[in-house]
Design a protein around this ligand. Structure first.
Ligand SMILES: Nc1ncnc2c1ncn2[C@@H]1O[C@H](COP(=O)(O)OP(=O)(O)OP(=O)(O)O)[C@@H](O)[C@H]1O
Length: 581
C-alpha cells in the first residue's frame, strides 16, 4: 500500500507512511467528535431522571463537570497528535519533496532542460509544490479519514435504530455521487485553468527575458496585447472553474443538510408512535449535526483533489526521470579525450553528430573548427558529459565518461563557453566559483592573468562590487574575462574553450592568449574557434562539417591537403581586407 501511495501522490516512502499516520489521527479525531454528543446525552439523561424521580438537578453536578473536562482534555490531546501528524509531517515531506526535486534536477542530463519549458519547471518547483502542501495538510488525510469515520458511525447508527440511521445517512451517498459525478466537468475546467495560468506565467517570464529585443523591435504593443489576451483567458477559465466547483460542491453540501429535516421528521414520527426513546431521538439529532460537518468538508476536499492530478503528474514526470549516475571515484592517470565513433541527437531522428572519432591528447591543444551548426559546441559538451551520447563512446583517460558521476567528472574540467553565466554576487565570489576555498590572493592572481584586474579595480567597490544578474552591468568582453579567470583559478587538467576569446578586442585577446598559453601547459585543451588565426598554433585540428569529421591533422597537414580547412583560412584572410562602405 505504501508503494502505491508513493506512486499515486509522488511521495517519499516516509511521506507515504506519514500520510497513513495522518489519516489514522484524523479518523480518531472525527470519531472523538462524538464524545461531546455522549456527554450531552449523559447530562440530559441525568436531568430527565431528576425530573421524573424528583431529585435535585444539582446532584452529581461535579461528576458531570469532571466528565466534560475529561472529554475536553481528551479532545485537546487527540487534536494535538492530529496536528503534529498532519501539519508537521506534511511540511517536512514538502521540504523533502522540494529537496528531492532539486536533487533530481541537479543530476539530470542537460537534454532534459532542452526539452522542457524552463518557466514550466519553475512553476512546478514553486506553485505545484505549494498546492501539494495545501492538499496534503488540508485535503487528502481528512478525505480518507472522513470516509472511514462516517462508515464506523453509520454502522453504530444502524446498530441502534436502522430507520433513524437511514433518515440520517441517505443523503450521504447522494451528495458524494453529486460531487464525484461532476469530476469530468471539474477536471476539464480545472486543467484548462491551470494551463491558462501557466501560459500567463510563461508570457511574463518571456517578456522579462527578452525585454531588450521587444523594445528594439518596437514589439511592446504586440507583446502587451498577447499578455492581455492570455490574462483574459485565465480570468475566464478561473471564473468558470470556480463556478463549476462551487455549483456542484454547494449543491451537494446543501443536499446534505436535507438529512437534518428527514432525521427530525422520522424521529418525530417514531417518537409519537412510541417506537423511539426520546434520548435516542436526541442522540441521532446531535450525531447528525456532528456528522455533516466533516462530511461537508470532505465534499470540498474531493473537488480540490480533482485539480491536483495534473500537478502531481508534472512532479512525477520530473522525479521519475532517469538521472545521470556513475562512479564517484574517478582518478585517471592521463587525461586524453577520445571520441570513438560517436553519434548524438538532441531529438530522436535529428542527428547532430554522426560517427565522430578523434583524440584530444594531454599536453596538446586540439581545435574544433568548421561551419556554423557543424556540431563543435555539441562535441565539446559531450566531452564533459553534459549529455550522454546516443552511439559510440566518449572517454577521458581511457574511462567511458558515461560511467562516471557527472559531478566527479566535472572536477577534471575547466570551461569557458560563449554564453558566460555570472551570478548576482561580488566579482570576487564570481571568480572564486572556479575553486571553492581559493584565497583572495589566488583569486587576484587569476584575475590578473586573465587581464581582469584593471577593469575590476575601476569598479565602484573593486573586487567587492556586486555585479547585476548574469553580469548585466559588465560588457561582453569583461564577462568573458571573468569567466576565463574562473577557469584559470580552477586549474583543472582538461580545459574546454568555446570561442573563449571571441568578445575581446585585439589588444586584450593577445594578452589573454599569452596568459592562457602559459596556463594551458601540460593540459588537455579542446578549443572551438571560428577565427583561423586563433587555431593556427594548435597541435591538432578537427574539422567538423554537418556533424561529420571532414578532416583532421596538424594545421600544416590540413593546409597541404586542401579542402575545407584551407578554404576557411583563405576566406578569412580575404575577409580581413573587408571594410564597411
Ligand atoms: N540544446 C539544443 N537542442 C536542440 N538542438 C540543438 C541544441 N544545441 C544545438 N543544437 C543544434 O545542433 C546543431 C549543432 O549545434 P552546435 O552548437 O553544436 O554547432 P556549432 O558548430 O558549435 O555552431 P556555432 O559555430 O554556430 O556555435 C545545430 O543544428 C543546432 O541547431
Amino acid at each position: 500500500m505504501i508503494k502505491k501511495l508513493q506512486h499515486i501522490f509522488a511521495l517519499s516512502e516516509k511521506g507515504a507512511r506519514d500520510l497513513v499516520k495522518a489519516v489514522i489521527w484524523c479518523f480518531v479525531c472525527n470519531l472523538a467528535l462524538m464524545f461531546p454528543v455522549g456527554a450531552v446525552l449523559f447530562t440530559v439523561q441525568h436531568l430527565l431522571g431528576c425530573l421524573e424521580g424528583g431529585g435535585s438537578p444539582m446532584d452529581g453536578f461535579w461528576i458531570y463537570v469532571g466528565f466534560a473536562l475529561v472529554v475536553l482534555i481528551l479532545l485537546f490531546v487527540l487534536h494535538w497528535f492530529q496536528y503534529a501528524s498532519l501539519y508537521i509531517a506534511t511540511y517536512r515531506e514538502s521540504a523533502n519533496r522540494r529537496v528531492s526535486l532539486a536533487e533530481t534536477l541537479r543530476r539530470l542530463p542537460l537534454s532534459f532542460f532542452g526539452n522542457r519549458d524552463l518557466s514550466d519547471l519553475t512553476s512546478t518547483m514553486i506553485a505545484d509544490c505549494s498546492s501539494l502542501d495545501q492538499m496534503f495538510s488540508h485535503y487528502v488525510p481528512q478525505l480518507f479519514a472522513s470516509v472511514g469515520s462516517t462508515l464506523v458511525i453509520g454502522v453504530c447508527m444502524f446498530a441502534c435504530d436502522w430507520r433513524m440511521a437511514l433518515a440520517v445517512l441517505w443523503v450521504v451517498p447522494v451528495a458524494v455521487a453529486l460531487t464525484a459525478g461532476s469530476k469530468k466537468i471539474q477536471d476539464a475546467f480545472g486543467t484548462k485553468n491551470i494551463l491558462n495560468k501557466r501560459a500567463v506565467a510563461d508570457c511574463i517570464q518571456e517578456g522579462l527575458e527578452t525585454i531588450r529585443d521587444i523594445k528594439a523591435c518596437h514589439r511592446q504593443e504586440r507583446y502587451l496585447d498577447g499578455l492581455e489576451a492570455k490574462l483574459a483567458a485565465m480570468e475566464g477559465s478561473s471564473i468558470r472553474s470556480e463556478l463549476a466547483t462551487g455549483v456542484f460542491v454547494c449543491s451537494a453540501q446543501a443536499f446534505l443538510r436535507l438529512g437534518l429535516a428527514t432525521t427530525v421528521l422520522t424521529g418525530g414520527a417514531l417518537l409519537l408512535a412510541g417506537e423511539l426513546p426520546f434520548l435516542y431521538f436526541l442522540g441521532f439529532l446531535f450525531a447528525a449535526t456532528r456528522l455533516y460537518d466533516p462530511l461537508g468538508v470532505v465534499l470540498q476536499n474531493i473537488a480540490a483533489t480533482f485539480n491536483t492530478k495534473l500537478q502531481i503528474e508534472r512532479m512525477r514526470s520530473i522525479l521519475e526521470q532517469p538521472v545521470q549516475t556513475g562512479t564517484e571515484d574517478f582518478r585517471p592517470n592521463r587525461y586524453d579525450i577520445t571520441f570513438d565513433h560517436v553519434s548524438f541527437a538532441y531529438r530522436e531522428g535529428a542527428g547532430v553528430l554522426e560517427d565522430v572519432s578523434f583524440t584530444a591528447r594531454q599536453g596538446e591543444v586540439t581545435a574544433l573548427i568548421g561551419p556554423s551548426g557543424g556540431g563543435k559546441s555539441t562535441a565539446c559538451k559531450l566531452a564533459a558529459r553534459f549529455w550522454d551520447v546516443t552511439g559510440g563512446k566518449v572517454s577521458l583517460g581511457g574511462t567511458d565518461v558515461s560511467t562516471v558521476d557527472p559531478e566527479a567528472l566535472l572536477r577534471s574540467y575547466s570551461m569557458v563557453f560563449q554564453d558566460v553565466v555570472l551570478f548576482r554576487d561580488t566579482v570576487m565570489e564570481n571568480i572564486r566559483l572556479g575553486r571553492r576555498g581559493a584565497t583572495d590572493e589566488e583569486v587576484l592572481e587569476a584575475a590578473k592573468a586573465a587581464q581582469c584586474d584593471e577593469f575590476i579595480r575601476k569598479l565602484p567597490q573593486g573586487y567587492q562590487t556586486v555585479i547585476g544578474e548574469n553580469g548585466s552591468t559588465l560588457s561582453g568582453g569583461e564577462r568573458q574575462r571573468i569567466s576565463i579567470a574562473r577557469a584559470l583559478l580552477k586549474d583543472a587538467p582538461v580545459v574546454l574553450l568555446d570561442e573563449a576569446t571571441a568578445s575581446l578586442d585585439v589588444e586584450n585577446e593577445s594578452a589573454v592568449q599569452t596568459a592562457l598559453s602559459r596556463l594551458l601547459q601540460g593540459k588537455t585543451v579542446l578549443v572551438i574557434a571560428h577565427r583561423m588565426r586563433t587555431v593556427a598554433g594548435a597541435d591538432h585540428i578537427v574539422v567538423l562539417e554537418n556533424g561529420h569529421v571532414a578532416q583532421q591533422g596538424t594545421p600544416a597537414e590540413l593546409m597541404e591537403q586542401g579542402g575545407l580547412y584551407r578554404r576557411m583560412v583563405e576566406l578569412q584572410s580575404e575577409n580581413a581586407q573587408w571594410r564597411l562602405g
